[in-house]
Design a binder for this molecule. Structure first.
Ligand code: GRF
Length: 201
């Protein structure tokens, strides 16, 4: 099976992007990271991707309507022959039309055990709620934010003295482990989106 050309969309640090790039470097991995798109020219992840000789497209969102921005991303993905899309700390909401066009081929990582704590400020809200377990989730992207069918999850125990930073750091380690696993499942056809369910085979 030839590795599926995959794009990663980022806005910042890019540590999940780095984990996906590292996993995809292994010859039997079913996805190939062919493109990184950032809406932020200064994103740390941009240099990292360039250092790995991966094509990078900077697509700023400022001064564009959401449909214009999304159309530019869509055209760039198609120009590079991309088949799968991983959102990795991409801080823009994509339009319903874009998400539908890529349905079943676009996934995201979120630093909580969905469906708990959708949205932003996740770790602060988890600590405030007093949960003893948190974690991370990789899911198919659907028009509703952080609501798509779940592909992979990992849990992390919350320590009594955890701060947002310490909890985030332990969850991030798990993110780096499960995102490559989830992309492997998708790219090898072992998970697919059917109606509103993730179907495993
Ligand atoms: C991660 O915690 C991810 O779950 C969330 O944004 C953060 C991105 O971090 N969606 P990085 O850019 O991958 O280091």
């Amino acid at each position: 099976m030839t590795a599926k050309p995959t794009a990663i969309l980022i806005s910042g640090r890019g540590s999940n992007m780095a984990a996906l790039i590292a996993a995809a470097a292994s010859p039997e991995y079913p996805a190939r990271i062919a493109l990184v798109i950032s809406n932020q020219p200064q994103a740390e992840g941009v240099e990292l991707a360039q250092a790995h000789n991966i094509a990078v497209a900077i697509i700023p969102h400022q001064g564009k309507t959401r449909p214009q921005f999304d159309a530019e991303i869509d055209a760039t993905l198609r120009r590079h022959g991309i088949e799968l899309v991983c959102l990795a700390g991409f801080m823009r909401i994509l339009s319903d039309d874009f998400v539908r066009a890529w349905s079943g081929r676009i996934i995201n990582i979120h630093p909580s055990l969905l469906p708990a704590f959708k949205g932003i400020n996740v770790h602060a809200r988890a600590l405030a709620a007093g949960v003893r377990i948190s974690g991370c989730t990789v899911h198919f992207v659907v028009p509703e934010l952080d609501a798509g069918p779940i592909i992979e999850q990992a849990c992390v125990r919350v320590a009594p003295d955890d701060t947002e930073e310490t909890l985030a750091a332990r969850i991030l380690e798990e993110e780096h482990r499960i995102y490559p696993q989830a992309l492997r499942l998708l790219a090898s056809g072992r998970v697919r989106l059917e109606a509103d369910r993730a179907v495993f085979s």
